[in-house]
Design a protein around this ligand. Structure first.
Ligand code: BJW
Length: 235
């Protein structure tokens, strides 16, 4: 029976989905070694070359649609189901593998690739096909305004108030498979420490903020996450 940690906040990054076949960003062979982030992941890059940015996300959307959740996603869904207190999962990932594994209380702070956003009417629509610069919005009908519903550098991540509220109440903060190099997510560990939470990092390599965590567990997510979840559930 788990009775010590009432409120758990979990932050996940690209390393969680690496073993589902989706590239991370900053590792060797990561997305940013093949693409210039200033060109594909900023509003300015999109304004300069919308077709190229749409192509980049159309290709990634196809990979995301085909990917399957791995043992780590499934273990986190099991934790949410079995834990008697609150579990909030905040993901930086734009894939939808947490949902596919069964996680229900989930925030996609950097958006999700299975949605498109209309820059004319601000409506979001579920999306599995390609988007082009001529794609009309299914809501308002305007053309040339659809973009992937993802958060680029310089844009405000989603549901920040909800995230900070949960961090202010958490007693366990778990960071999994993120390099800790992108803010505001990289600062969540400090928010959790301010709330006097225990902070645990699960990662293949030490992240940029590794020294800030109470405990660090090294290894591939599909091994260390299920082990850690079992440890929590049997505590
Ligand atoms: C494994 C594994 C395995 C591998 N098992 N582990 C100067 C100082 C401070 C901040 C700034 C600054 N200048 C600009 C900023 C702000 C900027 C920022 O942080 N820039 C940094 C580069 C410094 N941030 C922003 O602009 C954000 N907005 C913002 O700040 O708004 C203002 C604001 C202020 C205050 C409060 C709130 C808001 C927006 C950031 C948007 C990021 N967008 C992207 C692209 C999304 C769309 C897409 O997918 O294309 O999000 S960038 C990319 O990085 C993506 C990711 O979500 C994000 C984080 O990457 P992640 O997940 O950590 O992946 P990696 O590759 O970096 O790491 C993988 C890890 O996994 C590694 O550690 C591996 O070891 C590990 N691993 N295999 C376990 N099998």
């Amino acid at each position: 029976m788990l009775d010590y940690y009432n409120n758990i906040v979990i932050l996940t990054g690209a390393g969680l989905s690496a073993e589902s076949g989706l590239s991370t960003f900053r590792d060797k062979d990561g997305v940013w070694t093949r693409h210039d982030l200033a060109e594909v992941a900023t509003p300015e890059g999109f304004a300069r070359n919308p077709d190229m940015v749409q192509d980049f996300y159309n290709a990634r959307r196809k990979q995301v649609v085909e990917a399957k959740p791995n043992a780590a996603h499934k273990a986190l869904a099991r934790l949410e189901k079995k834990h008697p207190g609150e579990v909030l999962t905040v993901t930086q990932n734009v894939d939808v593998l947490h949902e596919a594994a069964g996680t229900a209380k989930l925030i996609h702070m950097h958006g999700q690739l299975d949605q498109a956003l209309c820059t004319h009417c601000d409506a979001r629509h579920g999306w599995s096909d390609d988007i082009t610069t001529a794609t009309p919005c299914p809501g308002c009908g305007e053309c040339a305004g659809m973009r992937p519903d993802v958060v680029w550098f310089g844009e405000m991540p989603y549901q920040m108030d909800d995230i900070y509220e949960a961090l202010s109440r958490c007693d366990l903060f778990i960071s999994i498979g993120t390099s800790g190099s992108v803010y505001p997510a990289a600062g969540f560990v400090m928010e959790a420490k301010r709330a006097r939470a225990r902070t645990v990092e699960l990662n293949l390599e030490p992240s940029e903020g590794a020294s800030l965590f109470t405990e660090s567990i090294r290894g591939p997510a599909t091994e260390v996450v299920p082990q850690y979840v079992e440890r929590l559930l049997s505590a």
